[in-house]
Each structure stands twice: as C-alpha cells, then as structure tokens.
Design a protein around this ligand. Structure first.
Ligand code: SF4
Length: 421
C-alpha cells in the first residue's frame, strides 16, 4: 500500500518544516488546509510545466509560491541538496506493509529518509493507494504525481467534499508576470499554426485576454487599491463581489460575447472529449448504460457533432442499440405537426407515451439480447424520473453537468422572486 500526502504533512527536513505551511510531519492535518494545497498545487504546476508548457519558468524565479515548503523542496531536490531525498528508498523499505501517515513520517525520521518521496516510490507497486481528493480531481497535481488510473478502482470516501475540491482544482492562483508570460508563449505557439484559423483565433483571444488581465492587475496594485490581508503581512488583497466582476471583465474586453471564437472552440473541444470518454465507457461497461444531460438542446448539439466526427458510429459499434429519449416537442412534431397550441388532448399524450415506451422497449430488448445498449436522456425527463432501470438495464450511469432546475421554468422564477422579496 501507499499513503500519499503533501510535503507539508510528510517533510522531515528540519529547516523546511519551520517554513509557513510546514506541518512538521503528520500532525494536525496541516496538509489539508487551503494554504498547504495551494502551495502543493503551485509546485505541481511548476513541475508539470517543466515537461511542456513552461509558463512559470518563463516568468522568472520569483513566482507566486516562492518561499513555500513545496517550492523550497523542489529547489533543494533539483540541486541534489536534500540528504533525506537521497534516502527515500530506505523509508520505503522499512515502513510496515500497512501504515498510516504518522507511521510513515516516524520511519522517515528514524532512517533519516524522505517520507514524501518514499510514498511516491511505494505507489508504483502498491495494490492500494490512499490519497487526498485533490490528487485525483486536480489535473495539475494528478499529472505531477504521475497518478495513472488506468484499470484502477476508485473509491471516494465522504464524496460530498468532491464539489469543493473540484472547484478548487479549477481555480488558479497566479500573478501578472505569469499571465504576461503565458500570453507571450501563446503568441509564439500560434506562429506555426496559421493553417488552423479556428485554433489561431481561439489562442489569440486567450492571449489578448491574459495581456489585459496582467495589465489590469498591475494597475490595481499600482493604484494602491489593495488592503493588507488579515494574518498575512506579505500579501494584499481586494475582493470584488460577484456582481461587479462581469462588467469589470467586460470593460477589459473579456466577456463571453467578445470571445466568441474561444467559447465556440472550447465547446467543440468539450463535446469531442465527452464523445471519446463515452466510447471508452460504452466499450468497457457491459449491458445497459444511461447517459443524462442537462437539456435537449445540448443533447441535439452533441449528437450532431458526434454524427459528423464519427463518434456516433463508434458508439453504435460498442453497443447494439444507441437510443435517444424523445423530447415532447419532437414527439408532437412526429405526430403531425404540433400545432394546436397545447390543445392536443388525449391523442397527443398517448402518442408521447407510446414514443417513450417504444424507446424503452428497444433499449430493454437490446440489453436482453446481450449486445448492450446506450440510452441518452435529459434530467427531469421521462427516463430520469418515470422509469425503473434494474440490474443489467443500468450497469453504468453517466451524469453530464449538474442537474440544476430549469432556469426559465415559470414556477421556479416565481419561487425565486418570492424568496428574494
Ligand atoms: S525531499 Fe527533503 S525537503 Fe523535500 S519533502 Fe523530502 S525531506 Fe522535505
């Protein structure tokens, strides 16, 4: 087994454990705090960058996480300046097969080796790896730790925390020099891509936005509009209410409307990534797989994209039936023209019911026939709320997006208005 934890919790270097964020080894859960995670994440970003997109290095040595334990460790290790690092294998050899962080750190002190790097060595051969959520959910940390989930069974304890961890994983601590360096890197990156105008437009839009953000952060700092951060004399902050940010970014030329090329390109990338993931899951998961999406609109955009890229054909190759839950509008249209302004009466309702039943029957028959089936449906639709999928009918359930209530629903709007009164 292996227990992964941040350097803040496992470092035994006597000088570094006195740095801000240094937990001194195992005690007090220091590595779970936001500061510890942020520092570890910054170090992970730098380490990740060393393998490719080196924005941090381009920005020079004085970076956001400079002075953190993770950053100091990285500097020491790169210079072969930590004797504990050189004896990490001794810790891996001496630690009991079943252990916790405290025992790992105790063995590290005993044999004068690094528990942090010992855990990474143990991970390569372990059957069971215990780690904080961020090691899976944060792409930077995950890449830096070389965590490979291929063929792994992932068990998530206290899964209600995942939302916070994902939000933090998608957030970023950065600085004006790093933003400016990233913009320069992007501008250099588009030079050989002139034959791909969509990509050039998207990357140029990002580079422009980054330049403007960098200039704006510098202007805010130079204008003295920052207040000292409570309890941290080295930093100053200003917090903007959420309502003030969109117009502020808009003023800088950074808005969804002004970045149409980027928005379009990102949505295409997301659709392609989701399609590839679904092909993998449909291949691996036996029998029936249900896929739920937030809206019929998104469902029809995705199916159109996948039909054009060949993903839909590959899904059909993985399962003997690939079906889509019909929307009420499409059923009305198929039944003869939807007019009547909702006055279709019992006939329309019966048509809708038989359309859903036909899809459900086809799905069940494909599953029973052994070839498996994939059914796309929508949150709050007939499939998500009115049908029972037992055993082979739902060996896998894929949820895309968050099932928020429909923002345009009249009842919901009235309820909101009343609550806000
Ligand atoms: S390599 Fe050295 S500095 Fe880095 S975590 Fe291990 S003991 Fe601490």
């Amino acid at each position: 087994m292996a227990v992964l934890a941040s350097r803040d919790r496992t470092c035994v270097h006597p000088s570094l454990t006195r740095l801000p964020g240094g937990g001194g080894g195992g005690g007090g859960g220091g590595g779970r705090g936001r500061g510890g995670r942020a520092a570890e994440r910054a170090a992970a970003a730098a380490s990740f960058a060393a393998g490719g997109f080196d924005v941090a290095a381009a920005a020079g040595p004085s970076r956001a996480a400079s002075g953190s334990l993770a950053e100091e460790c990285r500097t020491l290790v790169n210079a072969d300046g930590c004797g504990f690092h050189r004896r990490a294998d001794a810790v891996a050899a001496a630690v009991p097969a079943v252990h916790d962080i405290e025992e790992l750190v105790a063995v590290g002190r005993e044999v004068r080796g690094c528990p942090y790097f010992a855990a990474r060595t143990l991970m390569t051969t372990a059957d069971l790896v215990l780690c904080p959520y961020s090691y899976l959910a944060d792409p930077l940390v995950r890449a830096a730790m070389a965590i490979d989930l291929d063929g792994a069974v992932v068990i998530i304890d206290e899964a209600h925390n995942i939302e916070d961890v994902c939000r933090e994983g998608a957030s970023l601590d950065t600085s004006a020099p790093v933003l400016a360096a990233a913009a320069d890197t992007l501008r250099s990156a588009v030079v050989p891509l002139q034959r791909q105008p969509t990509v050039v437009a998207a990357l140029t839009a990002v580079a422009t936005a980054l330049t403007r953000l960098a200039a704006w952060t510098d202007a805010v700092a130079a204008g003295g509009r920052l207040a000292p951060r409570p309890g941290d004399g080295r930093r100053a902050v200003r917090v903007w209410p959420a309502a003030e940010l969109p117009p502020l970014l808009d003023h800088l030329g950074i808005s969804e409307a002004s970045m149409g090329a980027l928005t379009h390109h990102l949505s295409v990338l997301r659709a392609d990534a989701l399609g590839e993931a679904l092909v993998d899951w449909a291949t691996v998961i036996p029998a029936g797989v249900l896929v739920f999406l937030p809206s019929y609109r998104l469902l029809s955009q995705l199916t159109a994209r996948w039909a054009a890229t060949g993903v839909w054909a590959r899904l059909c190759g993985a399962k003997s039936a690939v079906l889509v839950e019909p929307s009420a509008a499409s059923v009305r249209e198929a039944a003869g023209g939807g007019g009547g302004g909702g006055d279709g009466g019992g006939g329309a309702a019966a048509t809708a019911a038989s359309a859903y039943e036909a899809v459900a029957r086809a799905y069940a028959a494909a599953v029973a026939g052994g070839g498996g089936a994939l059914l796309f449906a929508v949150y709050r639709g007939k499939v998500s709320e009115g049908m029972d999928f037992k055993d082979d009918l739902a060996r896998g359930v894929v949820l895309v997006g968050v099932p928020y209530p429909a923002a345009m629903d009249l009842n919901l709007q009235r309820k909101q208005q009343r609550t806000e009164r």
